[in-house]
Write a protein that binds this ligand. Structure first.
Ligand SMILES: O=C(O)C(=O)C[C@]1(C(=O)O)C=C[C@@H](O)C=C1
Length: 96
């Protein structure tokens, strides 16, 4: 494989690179699936907490807890972490 015969699925210009990319992509796909599964599990648990609290006569939200979570993600991942945390929270408790 040469630069003028690109592998269409990997975009690589050499077969060794195409093979390496396919191997790395397998792990990326596993990680993506784990993230999706964890995302869905977290949303279910968050909804369960919300239902339990409201059934007890409590509030729908606990903003101090949300701030703690946003801060944890911001410390670990920077500004993108803030955005991820906000999306995670929305997936569980719905939009504000
Ligand atoms: O930990 C809680 O009390 C929850 O209700 C879960 C959760 C979350 O998704 O992390 C959702 C809504 C609350 O405002 C705070 C946190």
């Amino acid at each position: 494989m040469t630069a003028d015969t690109l592998d269409t699925t990997t975009g690589a210009a050499a077969s060794e690179a195409a093979t390496e990319i396919r191997t790395i992509r397998e792990r990326i796909d596993e990680i993506d699936q784990a993230l999706i599964d964890l995302w869905l599990e977290r949303a279910r648990l968050s909804q369960e907490v919300g239902r339990t609290r409201m059934a007890s006569g409590g509030t729908r939200l606990v903003l101090s807890r949300e701030r703690e979570i946003v801060e944890r993600f911001r410390e670990a991942l920077g500004a993108d972490g803030t955005q991820v945390a906000l999306l995670l929270l929305r997936a569980g408790r719905g939009p504000l």
